[in-house]
Design a protein. Structure first.
Length: 209
């Protein structure tokens, strides 16, 4: 029920996310159901998980693919500072309305290649840019309509603005790896960490017994 299901793009577009107005010139690449079942007030747990989760340290296959990608990036110059945010493209943070711009983002991990964009009570967004794309990772907390108990779960949307023919070719080339390997394995690891955190939080504190 809470697997890493690839969803129809309308699962993202039909919801009143703030990102719609901020990234209205981006296209939706993928929408995934996250294996993170919870209650209505568990979104904070998902923010905490995402702020510390490192996909490059997940399964050996995913780590290998990321290593190949970063190696190619160095060789081909895809990730040079001048191709990034505030250089090749404007930062989406410059588009934020005042209430989002002045609010804390909830992310402090400097190791991530993503830059925090904004955080609300039920969604957050991160952005990244290089020579191929300007991308946004958007995560929201949604009610699972397929679940009779009315549980909630996370939902991931990947938004992109390709950089010309190079960007389109790059996205086309990595699509099979993204759908069949990277995201399914990454979701599996997210689900494992989520279950571990829930298990830890529900264990009784025996120090005062």
């Amino acid at each position: 029920m809470f697997g890493s299901t690839l969803l129809d793009k309308t699962e993202h577009t039909s919801r009143p996310w703030r990102i719609h107005a901020i990234a209205n010139d981006f296209q939706i690449l993928d929408v995934w159901a996250l294996p993170t079942p919870g209650d209505a007030d568990d979104f904070g747990r998902l923010v905490e998980l995402w702020s510390t989760f490192d996909a490059q340290r997940s399964s050996p296959i995913v780590r290998a693919l990321f290593a190949i990608r970063w190696t190619l990036g160095r060789v081909l110059g895809l990730d040079r500072p001048e191709t990034g945010l505030g250089k090749r493209v404007e930062m989406l943070r410059d588009r934020l309305p005042v209430d989002l711009r002045d609010a804390p983002t909830g992310f402090v991990d400097d190791r991530s290649p993503f830059t925090p964009l904004y955080l609300t009570d039920d969604e957050f967004a991160l952005e990244i840019a290089n020579q191929t794309v300007h991308g946004v990772m958007h995560v929201g907390w949604v009610r699972d309509e397929a679940c009779e108990s009315g549980d909630f779960r996370g939902q991931l949307a990947v938004l992109v603005r390709p950089n010309g023919a190079l960007g389109v070719a790059y996205l086309t080339a990595i699509a099979p790896f993204r759908h069949l390997i990277v995201y399914p394995l990454m979701m599996r690891d997210i689900g494992r960490v989520w279950r571990e955190k829930l298990s830890t939080s529900t264990q009784p504190d025996r120090r005062h017994q």
